[in-house]
Design a binder for this molecule. Structure first.
Ligand code: AMP
Length: 461
């Protein structure tokens, strides 16, 4: 199958070729022709399958005809988090560069004035997190009656974060004749109910079995005593051909401690978790993406949706409490056709979690013997670490320099991706005056990082 067989315009085919894609992924091949035929879609697809392009590409062609009107967005994409919204906006820019569509990003924490101005001018594509969208709607700043195309992305995560009531409200404000697409990695009953209620005779597309982890990921579990986890991890990092790794822990304090130990022992490690301020999180992610560091210790804040290329290993230092999180965590490796390795540490108390993951994925997780991992190298304290990913030469700086601001000790707190209380969600920090406009979010998943200035972006820049 070729992109040219899917019915996309010449301009889009050019943008796709410029993006370097040879052929559509299975979800794209199945979804794009149906979306172009204005059908409702339920897409069961995990991240890394190319699902974003499966709705963004046909939307661009559909929206190419027609004009936007003030305060009446022509299409709406709902994303659970600010950084996912930003990623979709990036996709729109990339694929829509040969079109003349306007886009606005509505996410919490940004000065509402700018967003209102963007809406007043009229936008073709509105990408929003549900909280901010409802806020502006309740203030009478958005009219949903012109919105004929709706995408609910990462629906299962919306559920986790408590957004379903907001989504129900939003759906009820849109024209009933609209086209709706719903994407989710899994299909728990409340999402099924939502789709029954708001989709009209949808085409059901399954890029892979629901919740089946990507087959290009070599998955295994290793039984280990809690106290032996650290040396097992070091053995893997030293001897298992790790280029880049994300190490997931269930608690923020564990993320922090592990990262500090790794740095002390000479690894180029960074961290990302819910206690860090926005700048530190994004800076850390950038360092990882650029190859400046090759190990990222992370909580589930980083588990879903982020498109970080070329991660060779995902290590679940702690097995996730929710089986869905397992799918999302290991989805950080094996992206878009590349192979990856996912290793999960399992202690005696974790067997129940292994069962629920196996039930959800429908596969037995192969057990790897801990003895198959060569012990860590003993090099008299610090480990010599040879970075394998290309990185810009960096200025001399102390090896263990901490770039993060001090964070509060929340040793009891867990770091799941659950929605913060409503009261917390609506709070807006006064904006500092950054030199470049930054979008700041402090809602949704607690992600507070700046994002590129997509607000009211012209797609053909
Ligand atoms: P997604 O599942 O939408 O997060 O996409 C995962 C990654 O796959 C992104 O880096 C996309 O740029 C990339 N991608 C999307 N479609 C294709 C394709 N047809 N061929 C190769 N890579 C793709």
């Amino acid at each position: 199958m070729k992109f040219a067989d899917l019915g996309l315009s010449v301009e889009l085919l050019k943008a796709v070729a410029d993006a370097g894609y040879d052929e559509p992924t299975p979800i794209q091949a199945q979804a794009i022709p149906s979306v172009l035929m204005m059908k409702d879609i339920i897409g069961i697809a995990q991240t890394g399958t190319g699902k974003t392009a499966s709705f963004v590409l046909p939307m661009i062609d559909i929206l190419a005809h027609g004009r936007s009107r003030a305060r009446m967005p022509r299409s709406l994409i709902l994303e659970p988090t600010r950084e996912l919204a930003a990623q979709v906006a990036e996709n729109f820019e990339k694929y829509g560069k040969n079109h003349n569509l306007t886009m606005a990003l509505l996410i919490g924490g940004v000065s509402m004035g700018d967003q209102i101005k963007a809406l007043e001018k009229g936008v073709d594509v509105l990408i929003a997190t549900p909280g901010r969208l409802m806020d502006l709607f309740e203030r009478g700043r958005i009219l949903m009656s012109g919105c004929e195309l709706l995408v609910i992305d990462e629906a299962d995560r919306m559920l986790d974060m408590g957004f379903i009531p907001d989504i129900e409200q939003i759906c009820s404000k849109l024209p009933s004749t609209r086209q709706t697409m719903l994407f989710s990695a899994t299909m728990p009953p409340p999402i099924k109910k939502l789709s029954d209620q708001f989709l009209n005779n949808p085409k059901y597309i399954e890029a892979s079995r629901p919740a089946t982890a990507n087959t290009s990921i070599d998955q295994s579990i290793i039984h280990v005593a809690p106290k032996a986890k650290r040396s097992l991890l070091y053995g893997i990092l030293d001897n298992d051909g790790v280029d880049t790794a994300i190490i997931f822990c269930n608690r923020k304090t564990e993320v922090r401690d592990l990262c500090e130990s790794l740095r002390k022992d000479g690894f180029d490690a960074g961290q990302i978790h819910g206690d860090m301020d926005q700048g530190s999180r994004l800076a850390e992610l950038d360092r990882f993406k650029s190859g400046e560091i090759n190990i990222l210790c992370a909580s589930d804040v980083a588990a879903r949706g982020l498109d970080i290329k070329g991660v060779s290993h995902v290590v679940n230092y702690d097995i996730p409490w929710h089986p869905d999180d397992y799918i999302h965590r290991i989805g950080r490796t094996g992206r878009a056709g590349a192979t990856g390795i996912a290793i999960t540490f399992v202690t005696k108390r974790d067997e129940e979690h292994v069962d629920s993951i196996e039930k959800l994925t429908g596969m037995k997780l192969p057990v790897r013997e801990s003895s198959s991992v060569k012990p860590e190298k003993k090099q008299g304290g610090k480990k010599p670490f040879v970075k394998k990913t290309p990185a810009e030469p960096k200025a001399d700086k102390p090896k263990n320099q901490q770039s993060q601001e001090p964070v509060a000790d929340t040793s009891k707190a867990t770091d799941t991706n659950r929605r913060p209380p409503k009261s917390a969600e609506k709070v807006m920090k006064p904006e500092k005056q950054p030199s470049k406009p930054k979008l700041v979010e402090e809602t949704d998943d607690g992600w507070n990082g700046p994002v590129p200035g997509f607000l009211d972006a012209k797609l053909n820049r």
